[in-house]
Design a protein around this ligand. Structure first.
Ligand code: ADP
Length: 284
């Protein structure tokens, strides 16, 4: 892949399904195989963020991810070109647990990221902050909440607002986690297993929305839609055990993603948001 020439000749192309947001293509080139993501031109910033996040992840040397090659616009389209990785069917969740704990051990003095990025196509604010509670409220929950109100869900959510935000503040005020390097969108559709050059099974993660924050947020999303085996969590905790209160914080972190699903995919996620909010309010 290192020898990729800009004018690499593509000999065949076929579509790949599985993504929520973009069209995806497998490209067979004369010298290598590529994975191409396509969207309307306006999404080029989203691809630029993904490109830079993948570069950071590669440099971490803790967890495999596709090599980011190029991004840009062409006519009315934006694109992101990545190394194509042949996934295998085996389960390497235990290996992923170990690698993710190593990945999370890379830290920064502040929460946030070098730029704002995207969670799906929703803008994700990454202002650098030193207080986790403030970061979670101002850069994560409030923006999704306001977006939901703008989209017309205000009448369904408004009455929860004061109790919810008061609870979240109580819960996170004295929580001061390390600012870990996060994948940021770690659901089961964004991890896989492949065979490395030595024929060894290795975990790979892709489609990141990186920032520095509480490592529990990656684990919370991994639990939201299922698809990670018990061996993943056990292996993770053998390397870096979780601290007291993580179960309560888990729902608070999951709510961010559930609200994002409401904002991106519509009313079908409203009841799940309401249930989650009720659980947060009632549980403490
Ligand atoms: P989206 O941004 O639309 O959610 P993804 O990045 O999740 O798209 O990619 C869609 C699907 O393509 C994934 O579920 C995965 O199966 C596959 N995929 C993603 N990246 C690669 C890659 N570099 N090589 C091979 N397959 C990939």
């Amino acid at each position: 892949m290192k020898n990729l020439a800009i004018n690499e000749k593509i000999v065949s192309a076929s579509t790949i399904s599985g993504g929520d947001i973009n069209a995806a293509w497998f490209l067979q080139g004369e010298h290598g195989r590529y994975f191409l993501k396509l969207n309307a031109a306006q999404y080029v910033t989203m691809f630029a963020c993904e490109y830079r996040a993948l570069l950071t992840m590669s440099k971490s040397l803790t967890l495999a991810c596709p090599q980011a090659l190029f991004y840009g616009t062409f006519a009315d389209r934006s694109y992101l070109l990545l190394e194509f990785i042949e996934f295998c069917n085996s389960d390497c969740d235990a290996e992923l647990g170990v690698c993710l704990a190593d990945f999370h051990s890379l830290t920064h003095p502040e929460y946030g990221w070098q730029e704002n990025n995207f969670i799906g196509t929703t803008a994700q604010i990454n202002t650098r902050m030193t207080n986790w509670c403030d970061f979670w409220l101002q850069c994560r929950l409030h923006p999704q909440w306001q977006l939901a109100a703008k989209q017309g869900y205000s009448t369904h959510l408004k009455h929860f607002e004061t109790p919810l935000f008061t609870r979240v503040e109580t819960l996170l005020r004295d929580h001061h986690p390390k600012a870990s390097l996060l994948h940021g969108d770690l659901w089961s559709g964004n991890k896989a297993c492949y065979l490395n050059k030595a024929g060894k099974r290795q975990p790979v993660i892709f489609d990141p929305a990186c920032y520095y924050g509480d490592r529990e947020t990656d684990l919370a999303l991994s639990r939201l839609f299922g698809g990670f085996s018990t061996s993943f969590y056990e292996a993770y905790e053998r390397v870096w055990p979780l601290t007291e209160g993580h179960q309560q914080r888990c729902t608070v972190y999951q709510l961010y993603h559930m609200l994002n699903h409401l904002n991106l995919f519509g009313e079908g996620y409203l009841a799940s948001c309401q249930n989650m909010i009720a659980r947060i309010i009632d549980a403490y």
